[in-house]
Design a binder for this molecule. Structure first.
Ligand code: CA
Ligand code: CA
Ligand code: CA
Length: 330
């Protein structure tokens, strides 16, 4: 298992449609290169002259993302501020043939709007083919906001951490984190992880998350942001690969909730958290928590072993929107 291959790419977007244009993606076995391609496919994140990524046209990639949103007098961004938010997609070689494929977690608004599906590159017909590699053939799990590809088990197929959200058009639809685990035979098994206590998951909708080794034990850890609550669930070597034992719970409301960074210290500095990345921003070999909110962004410095404390936090200038969080990866 090679945990260094984690965090291949991720990005949220609305409904995805695929045009099966007969263009061949080059064989890309390097996951570093895979990251580059994914970012090229999914978004152009920098406008500077020394940008690392550039936008590729649909006829160059064979993929066309259609951000189709049906608006009317009742359903629009004026009535619903998150109207243009979307679902999670990720790139990876899901059938281990050396060609990059696409995973779409699907989306929902007042019911299903897009299938969960795998778009597998057919190197013979030179087309993407929509397939469902899940052994159960489930094609709908709600409206996840983000997907993180990461190697969790030892079969050399990339696995997926699906950061659930909710169907914003319906009440009481909060979704947990789900794993999409390869079975080593070309199929995938979907596993729901109910990690934080139910009274918390019922009340505080997951907004986003990220996966990386933040306590430097060689196993990827899971960070989840849920507005006024955030959590770290530590990675473990065996199924289901994340544990809620001694999980970190960053609660901004310390009157009604116990905030504990898993080291016995209260950290209430995070609030209104909607996006996040786990990045080594100060180049000391340990990853920071970068959390983007609606009113402020925060960097929590890793003090060692995944310990984050309030007096090692940096508030940074607020970008135009919380999706600008990806700029910090440059
Ligand atoms: Ca493939
Ligand atoms: Ca770890
Ligand atoms: Ca660091």
């Amino acid at each position: 298992m090679n945990h260094e291959r984690e965090n291949i790419c991720d990005k949220t977007m609305n409904e995805i449609t695929i045009q099966t244009k007969k263009r061949k993606l080059k064989n890309m076995k390097s996951y570093k290169y895979l990251t580059l391609i994914c970012f090229q496919l999914l978004f152009s994140c920098s406008k500077s002259s020394d940008a690392l990524f550039s936008l590729l046209e649909a006829d160059e990639t064979g993929i066309n993302f259609n951000n189709f949103v049906e608006e009317d007098a009742e359903n629009n961004v004026l009535n619903y501020g998150y109207f243009y938010n979307g679902g999670g997609v990720a790139a990876g070689d899901f059938n281990n043939d050396g060609y990059i494929d696409v995973f779409n977690a699907g989306t929902a608004y007042n019911g299903k709007k897009a299938n969960l599906s795998f778009l597998i590159w057919n190197s013979v017909s030179l087309e993407f083919e929509e397939k469902n590699l899940l052994n159960t053939k489930i094609d709908f799990i709600g409206a996840p906001y983000k997907v993180t590809p990461v190697y969790l088990n030892d079969d050399n197929y990339v696995d997926l951490v699906i950061h659930g959200h909710a169907d914003e058009g319906r009440e009481n639809t909060n979704e947990p984190v789900s794993l999409c685990l390869s079975d080593g035979k070309g199929g995938y098994d979907l596993v729901k992880l109910e990690l934080e206590p139910k009274y918390l998951s019922d009340m505080f909708t997951h907004e986003s998350g990220d996966v990386a080794d933040i306590n430097n034990d060689g196993r990827p850890d899971l960070f989840v942001v849920a507005n006024s609550h955030s959590y770290i669930f530590w990675g473990i070597a065996s199924y289901p690969y994340f544990t809620n034992v001694n999980f970190a719970h960053f609660a901004s409301d310390t009157k009604n909730y116990t905030s504990n960074n898993s080291f016995g210290e209260s950290v209430s500095i995070l609030n209104g958290s909607f996006s996040c990345r786990l990045l080594d921003l100060n180049k000391d070999g340990m990853r920071e928590l970068f959390v983007a909110g609606q009113s402020e962004n925060t960097i929590l410095i890793n003090k060692g072993n995944g310990r984050y404390v309030s007096n090692a936090a940096i508030k940074i200038p607020f970008p135009q929107n919380n999706m600008n969080i990806f700029d910090v990866a440059d």
